[in-house]
Design a protein around this ligand. Sequence first.
Ligand SMILES: [Zn+2]
Length: 118
Amino acid sequence: MSTYTELLKSPQWISLRDRHRARTKSTCEDCGAKEIPVDIHHRVYGRRLKPWDYPDDNFVVVCHPCHRTREEIADMARTIFQVLDPATAHKFLSRLLHSKGALADTCGRMTKNMEVGV
Ligand SMILES: [Zn+2]
């Protein structure tokens, strides 16, 4: 059995990776940075699937900082699903996705409150 790192050296992965890099001309699909080193991010992982066994729309071409951000957000989302029941977690995360302005206002207000010790 191959490790994940070994699988990412396989011809199947290299072919997929290069195809997606060519598709975007190595432009980060999150921040728009052009002609930089990019990673191929899996939107969703299946435990028994090989890294290349997904439809094309499961892959996002991202720069290293944006890839880290996506992984951090995924980790936080997993934590939210661990502490809330699944329906509440889904509702909470869905609302965050669709209310960026409200989220920014709340985040700004909470940060300001922390600074003044409220
Ligand atoms: Zn980026």
